[in-house]
Design a protein around this ligand. Structure first.
Ligand code: NAP
Length: 203
């Protein structure tokens, strides 16, 4: 059992992780008074085929490199190690066994959370942890709020929407920049850039 009162779980593909994710995690940690944020890179994402998806091991390594300097950030290989399709309900249940005393907050992009009805065991998932949906600057917040409100009413659970996003950076944009030979300096930590170059990822 690990004694962390409020634990954020930052779930995402992190293909690659960038400073938008890091700034977001830190902002949420402060706003929600979370003691730690645990980054959980996805194993095999359930829903989609992604263009230029780096291996699970590389995404995990890049997440470690990016977060290592923040004492309040942790990284889990729980989904990386799991065989087969990775479902959030299984991850949360497994983490509940490890962090028995913690209140858990699952953090991810609002567009992902809006699809939550297609995820495995939606009601149970909403019952066993809190959800924080995050947005990018160009999203229509009113539209997001109204869709989230419908989910809240249907499942009788609160979903927090954080609409102030520190940085407008996306993994897709970073992959495109790398393919186009453009710089990603100051968008991704230097250690992650070195790793990408050394392993020749996203070429
Ligand atoms: P994704 O492709 O990594 O992200 C979707 C969108 O949200 C992208 O715009 C992404 O930006 C952004 N994003 C990703 N992680 C974020 C984070 N932690 N905070 C803020 N924004 C974030 O994600 P996904 O594959 O849809 O999955 C997101 C999470 O939901 C994962 O943990 C996944 O396992 C879970 N999920 C579970 C199920 C299920 O259980 N059936 C189904 C779908 C998703 P970037 O591209 O810049 O990262």
């Amino acid at each position: 059992m690990k004694e962390i009162k409020k634990l954020g779980i930052m779930g995402g593909t992190f293909n690659p992780i960038h400073i938008g994710h890091l700034a977001m995690a830190e902002e949420i940690r402060k706003r929600f008074n979370l003691n730690k944020v645990l980054f959980v890179p996805t194993g095999n994402p359930p829903h989609k085929k992604i263009d230029s998806l780096a291996s699970t091991e590389d995404r995990y390594m890049m997440t470690i490199l990016a977060t290592i300097s923040n004492k309040d950030f942790l990284v889990s290989d729980i989904e990386i190690k799991r065989k087969g399709t990775s479902y959030t309900i299984d991850t949360i249940k497994q983490l509940r066994e490890e962090y028995t005393e913690s209140e858990i907050y699952f953090i991810t992009g609002a567009d992902a959370i809006l699809e939550i009805e297609t995820w495995k065991n939606t009601q149970e998932l909403l019952n066993i942890c809190n959800f924080i949906a995050t947005t990018r600057p160009r999203y229509d917040v009113e539209e997001l709020l109204s869709r989230i409100k419908k989910l809240e009413e249907k499942y009788e659970r609160k979903i927090s929407l954080l609409s102030i996003v520190p940085l407008d950076i996306s993994s897709t944009d970073i992959r495109n920049r790398l393919k186009g030979g453009k710089t990603i300096k100051y968008m991704v930590p230097d250690s992650v850039i070195d790793y990408i170059n050394k392993r020749n990822i996203y070429k």
